[in-house]
Write a protein of this length. Structure first.
Length: 245
């Protein structure tokens, strides 16, 4: 075990048994960083379907950064998961660096996010069949991340992964609900309702929810809340042959 991994074990042990472990790890990470960042922690519930939920959004930029990635289905977190590698973009104005997520880059800049650094934690031989965790740092100015801050972020990402692995829950859904922020829990509930109403897979339900949010220029969380709380039923089932997101 490397020195970095020992730090992660110490962090995980410190927060074991605490309420809102994702939020606590995010807050601890932001405090430990040498420069000013906002911190997001994302769990891909099923990497094959690209269903992602935010476990933590700490700092002025993180909530919007996480929300955009979940709403759009693209961003540094998505690329980090698909490529199984860190995505370190020092300047969102660099089209070569953001070629996999141009819409996210454009909208993120409108909300003062100028740089993003995504660190995935993937275990096992086939990450497409399991959850994947990504810690993302957002910054309001462009520039490379220091080696020291990169190590701090990786320590906290590994610690969050250890906490997830140690969570004593019997099903994947319960694992997710134990860590979700309230707003993202609403998205998860809306996906379940759409899936049930229209006999869709959760991947199809998520794609349908995203499509309507995009068409109506409505935040995904706001549309999900309307479905869950206000019993909005205007969503039409997709045409036959629609694939999963």
């Amino acid at each position: 075990m490397t020195a970095v991994r020992r730090e992660a074990v110490i962090l995980a042990a410190h927060y074991t048994g605490h309420a809102e472990p994702g939020l606590r790890i995010g807050q601890a990470c932001r405090r430990a960083l040498h420069s000013a960042y906002s911190v997001g922690l994302t769990l891909a519930v099923d990497a094959a379907l690209a269903q992602r939920v935010s476990l933590c959004a700490v700092g002025p930029l993180a909530r919007k950064g996480e929300e955009l990635q979940i709403s759009l289905g693209e961003g540094p977190c998505v690329q980090a998961l698909s490529q199984r590698a860190q995505v370190l973009v020092a300047d969102l104005d660099d089209p070569a660096a953001t070629q996999h997520w141009p819409v996210f880059a454009q909208q993120a800049k409108a909300h003062y996010i100028r740089a993003a650094y995504a660190l995935p934690v993937l275990n096992g031989a086939d990450p497409a069949r399991q959850a994947g965790l990504v810690l993302t740092l957002y910054r309001h100015r462009p520039g490379p991340i220091s080696d020291a801050d990169l190590q701090v972020a990786q320590d906290h990402a590994d610690a969050a992964d250890l906490l997830l692995l140690a969570t004593p829950v019997p099903t994947e859904d319960e694992l997710v609900h134990a860590w979700l922020l309230p707003a993202d829990s609403v998205v998860h509930q809306a996906i379940g309702m759409i899936s049930y109403r229209h006999s869709l897979t959760t991947g199809q339900a998520l794609a349908l929810l995203r499509a309507h949010a995009h068409t109506q220029a409505t935040p995904l969380i706001g549309l999900a809340r309307a479905i869950v709380d206000d019993h909005v039923t205007f969503l039409d089932p997709p045409a036959s042959g629609t694939g999963e997101s």
